[in-house]
Design a protein around this ligand. Sequence first.
Ligand SMILES: [Mg+2]
Length: 238
Amino acid sequence: MFVLYSFTVMRWTLFIDADDTLWENFAFFEKARDRFLGWMEKAGFVRNEVDSVLKRIDSERTHEIGFGSMGYREAMRRTMMFFYGKTGRRMSAADTALLDEVQKSVHLHSVALYPGVAETLAYLREKYPLFLVTKGVEDEQLGKVERAGVARFFRDVFVLPDKTPALYRGLAGDLKVSAGESWMIGNSPRSDINPPAEIGMGTVLIKKERAWDFEEVPLKHNGRFYQITDFRQLKEIF
Ligand SMILES: [Mg+2]
């Protein structure tokens, strides 16, 4: 008696997110926010109120202001104007300097890879073509990729203005790979899971304890889905 096994070697193509997937990013925005809220508190405004206005303005960024540190600076500036407008207070040179400083602290933050990222990328690259797909402002994102020293693991690096089903479809089309043979791996349901799942890609969510509210929307995967907590666990999946 014997059992006949049939093996299929899959030719996957892996798309991988960068911020908060390969390295910490959100924490730097949180620090920036903290600093801004402290500044507004000193100016006499209620911290929680400022925070909720900032969150609302920040969540509208996709369409109008854009992502990245300049987008965050603009969200802070608009929040400031909103509260100053209520009291007739004018923005001072010190206010502008604070916004500039906070923006710079986000822009220039170091990019330390999470544990095991480099060796996991080295392992995956041996088996599948890897493409980095990150959302944001091109020079800022490419600067981080360079400082992190990860470009060597990827066939190519793509910086998208947003992560939508149409942009994922375009990416797969340009590379002549089918969605059914592709996977997107990242930390954000909003950006890395739902849109690629909608066009038929497999998805892997790397769930972080702390996350940007904006990216936390209900998961809509298509069944070809894994959820992990550590980048190194990709070796068990692929
Ligand atoms: Mg991310």
